[in-house]
Design a protein. Structure first.
Lengths: 292, 156
């Protein structure tokens, strides 16, 4: 039995939500998860206006919760970017991640758009995604059989598609709490000054011991169908003093792995070059923060 | 699903209305409640003409569903002026000729008011970036920025 008209529900708990999603998917009702709505409502009008049941997950404690712990930081999937950006403590620990989220859209978009929604929407150019990956993000997914975890780099599976099964939803993403002498950064290139979709993006986290890099993770965005981890870039940094040669090698590794398309925002050749440049600059910024 | 009954507070007054689940707050404000101060420019969240405050956050009302506003507090352009007269921002927009056709103006006023309440002394760069989500076809933005700067100084 399919639902020929729109419906809206706002469950209050994880269990209620999972049960609802299970019921909707087993009776063949089209449904869609709703957090900030800044992608869902646009796509609803512009791409596919087929009636569906909208399941608003903003009222669930796990999607609103922000926990900054000694070992892990948990960011609920529906928290608006503006709220994260106003959190001084979070910004101090994850300046790159918060900046990445803050780059999404305008002030008005930031009032609603969420990190979780940006991740689930799975745009190849989603700004939060390289930063989530570089920071070791782990997705906390609610499912009918309980909760499961999935590394962020495995969450996005293609253009606009993610690893959620029909009756699942993303509760939040957690990260290892950064240690001292560690820093992150995310940079993107856009054609104008604000609000554009990324042409290329790079997210970096690196950790120092003295002046030697002991850990690093680099992810690039908008240059392939999904954001990509660049293991060779991290390998170029780990064990090095993050000197110009290491940074250049990391940048080259990003350019080599990128599989960009040519579209109205730029040519594949340009994007391949720029992602390498952004990687180098993001490393420099993360390094500065790690040394601070 | 039939229409949903929603009760929400708009500019300090409780409003009750029926809306379709897929109806946006913008549609509800303009078509159901007759509050046409909030404008539709794009309906895709790009132009900011539909800007309102929702529980203290600046948002595009075209990207919020009417049903999502149950129990919330909304401020629209209709609530900016008081019984005493125009808000300083509105007065400065007039003095600086920061509007021509006026369609973007309600969105700019709501957005600028939100900025000045959060940051009473913004730099020009901060003003421009905060207002990046408000598009104007007529003025070229400069007079808008001057009006906001003048309002900020006056309010300080």
């Amino acid at each position: 039995m399919s639902n020929p008209s729109f419906a809206y529900c706002a469950p209050n708990s994880v269990d209620e939500t999972v049960e609802l999603l299970g019921a909707l998917s087993s009776n063949g009702t089209r449904f869609q998860l709703l957090a900030g709505g800044t992608d869902v409502l646009v796509q609803l009008r512009g791409i596919d206006d087929t009636p569906r049941t909208l399941v608003d997950i903003k009222g669930i404690a796990e999607t609103k919760r922000l926990d900054i712990g000694a070992d892990r930081v948990y960011i609920g999937s529906a928290i608006p970017g503006a709220v994260l950006n106003d959190n001084v403590e979070l910004k101090a620990i994850f300046p790159g991640l918060v900046e990445a989220i803050d780059l999404i859209g305008s002030t008005q978009i930031q009032g609603r758009a969420s990190m979780g929604g940006n991740l689930c929407n799975a745009s190849p150019a989603g700004d939060s995604i390289p930063a989530i990956i570089a920071n070791g993000g782990v997705c906390h997914i609610a499912s009918p059989t309980g909760e499961r975890e999935l590394a962020a780099e495995d969450f996005v599976t293609g253009v606009g598609s993610n690893a959620l099964a029909p009756a699942e939803f993303l509760m939040g993403v957690s990260f290892p709490t950064p240690v001292a002498s560690s820093g992150d950064a995310y940079l993107r290139f856009i054609p104008r000054t604000e609000m554009d979709i990324a042409v290329a993006g790079a997210g970096v986290r690196l950790t120092l011991d003295g002046d030697t890099c002991t850990a690093a993770k680099v992810a690039i965005g908008a240059v392939a169908i999904t954001a990509l981890v660049v293991p060779e870039a991290a390998a170029a940094l780990v064990g090095s003093k993050v000197d110009d040669a290491a940074i250049a090698a990391a940048g080259d590794a990003c350019s080599a792995l990128a599989k960009p398309i040519t579209d109205k925002r730029g040519t594949a050749e340009y994007r391949r070059k720029v992602v390498g440049v952004l990687c180098r600059r993001a490393i420099a910024k993360a390094l500065e923060r790690a040394r601070a | 699903m039939s229409k949903v009954h929603v009760a929400t507070q708009i500019n300090g007054e409780v409003h009750e209305f029926l809306c379709e689940p897929e109806e946006t707050l913008l549609q509800t404000l303009r078509d159901t409640l007759g509050m046409t101060g909030t404008k539709e420019g794009c309906a895709t969240g790009d132009c900011g003409a539909c800007s309102v405050m929702l529980d203290g956050a600046l948002v595009c009302s075209c990207l919020v569903l009417g049903v999502e506003t149950s129990g919330k507090e909304i401020e629209t352009i209709e609530g900016v002026a008081s019984e005493d007269g125009l808000h300083v921002l509105q007065q400065k927009f007039l003095e600086h000729a920061a509007l021509q056709c006026g369609v973007c103006t309600p969105g700019f006023i709501v957005a600028a008011k939100a900025l000045l309440e959060k940051n009473p002394d913004p730099s020009e760069t901060e003003i421009r970036y905060w207002l990046a989500g408000n598009l104007c076809r007529c003025t070229g933005y400069d007079k808008i920025i001057r009006a906001v700067q003048d309002a900020a100084a006056t309010l300080r």
